[in-house]
Design a protein. Structure first.
Length: 277
């Protein structure tokens, strides 16, 4: 079953109350045992999903929403494991991935399945998929393979490590980029000073957040900001017109994923602090 979310104009979004904002942009309940949870967004036609195989194997199949013979006939995908050791099998080739490691799934993959190596410590596969025009090889990406960046400072409460996992400097894809950002202890801000990028939409997935803590995710146009209160293992859709930033009541990690016109990580429109409202 795939949930469908439609695109929202910024002039409409600024009038939403809390419940409507959450219904349109927040993605919850991603990791139900032995269930494939997928959300299809009309923002650049990205698919956001979670797979939590506990008792057996989960397989991605075709659906009416895609209108294709098989899931990756005209799509590529990226998976990051946030749980116990897991295995992604693509057309008979098994890729074992530990926590915070990724697998890129190339266009044309016919049989793609997910399973946990240990039932007592099941994997949690966070999943993104984008339309694709060309086949690139599927492969595993470890933290060692990733492009690593150290950004921010303790003084600004935003010291963090960024692992660019699915990124042009690591491997070729059609348009999908994904990575993991881990905030250091006592640091709580992400992506501030903030930005937009009209050329790409983005999805944030927050995790490693204690059950009694929250992240205030900031969104909206720079002069019409809103917030969504987010809890552990929840995702949020960020249209191209929206800022995307957040502050937590403790440190946390998040997975970012982008698709759109280009794959240039630094292509963004920085928002001066005095513009924010």
């Amino acid at each position: 079953m795939m949930e469908v979310r439609y695109s929202i104009h910024p002039e409409h979004a600024k009038g939403f109350d809390t419940e409507r904002l959450r219904n349109e942009f927040l993605v919850t309940d991603l990791f139900r045992a032995d269930v494939i949870r997928l959300v299809y967004s009309h923002n650049d036609r990205i698919i956001v999903g979670g797979l939590h195989p506990v008792k057996g194997r989960l397989t991605l199949g075709a659906s009416k929403e895609l209108g294709t013979e098989y899931f990756f006939e005209r799509r590529e995908g990226g998976v990051v494991n946030i749980g116990g050791p897991g295995v992604v099998t693509i057309d008979g080739t098994a890729y074992e991935i530990a926590k915070n490691e990724a697998v890129y799934i190339g266009k044309g993959a016919r049989e793609v399945s997910f399973m946990s190596k240990e039932g007592t410590s099941p994997a949690k596969f966070y999943f993104l998929s984008a339309p694709a025009h060309k086949e690139y090889p599927s492969r595993r990406i470890t933290l060692t393979d990733a492009r690593k960046l150290e950004l921010g400072s303790d003084e600004n409460s935003n010291a963090r490590t960024i692992y660019q996992l699915i990124h042009p400097d690591v491997l070729e894809t059609c348009q999908l980029c994904m990575g993991v950002t881990i905030l250091k202890p006592h640091n709580v801000w992400n992506t501030m000073p903030t930005h937009t990028h009209e050329r790409r939409m983005e999805v944030y997935f927050y995790y490693e957040l204690p059950a009694d803590q929250v992240v205030f995710h900031l969104m909206g146009q720079p002069h019409e900001t809103r917030h969504i209160v987010m809890r552990n293992e929840e995702a949020v859709l960020s249209p191209s017109w929206s800022i995307h930033s957040g502050v937590g009541t403790s440190n946390y990690a998040f997975i970012w994923g982008m698709i759109g016109e280009n794959q240039t990580y630094t292509d963004m429109d920085t928002v001066p602090m005095e513009v924010l409202r």
